[in-house]
Ligand binder design. Structure first.
Ligand SMILES: [Zn+2]
Length: 142
């Protein structure tokens, strides 16, 4: 059985709260909460019920968040909400961090697909060289 007090960054027993600086909390999860330590389990939800409209507005502006344009639209919404004083700077910082991570994921995914395509093309080319040119078949009417 894993040690619940282990200081491993991916330990399931470690608090999953991420500070605005991007550093993950080092505390052990609270016995009453599966994800957060005592300190962070007590925090209220990021968006109080009266701000659900803002949360929904930001989520809607994000689209599927699978293109840089989606992330750009989301960040534009965060900027507007922060400038209007509807979104605290701390929350905006966390959302910026998440958006930045999403951009990296999109870029990594695109790079992975490019490598896969190039590998498949190279394999097909190697097979053509190994097997010689395609055989021609003639189909003449009798
Ligand atoms: Zn914590």
């Amino acid at each position: 059985m894993p040690d619940p007090h282990a200081d491993s960054s991916d330990s399931p027993f470690r608090c999953t709260y991420v500070f605005p600086s991007g550093r993950r909390c080092r505390q052990v999860v609270a016995p009453t909460n599966a994800n957060f330590c005592k300190t962070h389990a007590a925090k209220p939800a990021s968006f109080p019920p009266e701000d659900r409209g803002l949360a929904e507005e930001l989520i809607r502006s994000a689209g599927a968040l699978d293109t840089p344009e989606d992330v750009k639209m989301f960040m534009a919404g965060v900027l507007r909400a922060t400038a209007d004083r509807r979104l605290p700077g701390k929350e905006a910082t966390v959302l910026c961090y998440i958006a930045h991570t999403m951009l990296r994921c999109i870029r990594e995914h695109a790079q992975h697909q490019k490598v896969q395509t190039e590998t498949a093309d190279a394999q097909a080319q190697a097979n053509r060289i190994k097997n010689g040119p395609d055989k021609l078949t003639w189909n003449l009417p009798r």
